[in-house]
Design a protein around this ligand. Structure first.
Ligand SMILES: Nc1ncnc2c1ncn2[C@@H]1O[C@H](COP(=O)(O)OP(=O)(O)OP(=O)(O)O)[C@@H](O)[C@H]1O
Ligand SMILES: [Mg+2]
Length: 241
């Protein structure tokens, strides 16, 4: 396994008296795609929100590049380059596609107009459809297009680690292919990705390693290829008998 960029050590997360994440250990190495799969309510989103410090852990440690980030605020985590694309996209509906994309660069310091334009062009290259629709209001895009926009915007932050929460949710198979294709491209440029999915098949094909979470605990972890062949995974997450 490559050296850990992100490391969760015995992380617990509570909502009041309920412990939604119960002592998970997880790592993402430099330039890896790692997936966390699990059913509804398993604790996937909670785990990402803990890493982003939107709702931090109640116990345990989260290390990024060997540094403990559990005492940081969520904006400080973003400044370190941990960029989270949440479930449900959250684009700015009345802003144009191009404006939405540019907003992704908001916390970058001293970025020249030229550099910004080059980065926007790169997003347009990944998602040609966003270029065609650059003047259209974000809120009028289809669900799949909004997902592309959300990922494109996240890339403008120059992520050191990109975290995607169910990017394939609600998308037609063809659009799912596009989105996963982009995950591959992003990763081939050296950006590590932590991918959360219920679409276990696609996620395990895109990832090099995977974790399976059930009721707040990691029940399996292995190379993605091995998980694809694992009986328990096949029955519970790949819909096989
Ligand atoms: N703000 C909250 N307050 C109380 N309980 C919460 C809160 N957010 C999540 N939970 C609970 O924590 C558990 C884990 O939720 P989480 O959103 O992490 O699941 P998930 O794995 O992302 O599921 P899904 O695939 O349905 O998105 C669930 O039982 C959920 O009801
Ligand atoms: Mg979720």
């Amino acid at each position: 396994m490559p050296e850990a960029l992100l490391e969760l050590k015995d992380v617990h997360v509570r909502y009041g008296v309920i412990e939604a994440v119960r002592g998970i250990n997880l790592t993402v190495g430099e330039s890896e795609v790692v997936t966390l799969i699990g059913g509804n309510g398993a604790g996937k989103t909670t785990t990402l929100r803990a890493i982003s410090m939107v709702h931090g852990p109640s116990r345990g440690e989260i290390l990024f590049r060997g540094e403990d980030i559990t005492s940081l605020r969520s904006d400080e985590v973003v400044s370190r380059g941990i960029i989270h694309v949440p479930e449900g996209r959250h684009i700015f509906p009345s802003m144009s596609v191009a404006e939405n994309i540019e907003m992704g660069a908001f916390q970058r310091k001293k970025t020249s107009r030229k550099e910004l334009n080059e980065d926007v062009d790169r997003v347009f290259m990944l998602f040609p459809r966003m270029k065609e629709r650059r003047k259209q209001a974000g809120g009028t895009l289809s669900g799949g297009e909004q997902q592309m926009l959300a990922i494109g915007r996240a890339l403008m932050a120059k992520p050191k680690l990109l975290m995607l929460d169910e990017p394939s949710m609600g998308l037609a198979p063809q659009v799912v292919e596009t989105v996963f294709g982009v995950v591959e491209t992003i990763n081939s440029e050296g950006i590590p990705v932590l991918l959360i999915e219920q679409n276990a098949q696609m996620a395990l094909q895109a990832a090099s390693r995977g974790y399976v979470i059930e009721t707040g605990e990691i029940v399996l972890e292995d190379k993605a290829q091995s998980l694809l062949g694992n009986d328990r995974v096949r029955k519970a997450y790949l819909g096989e008998e």
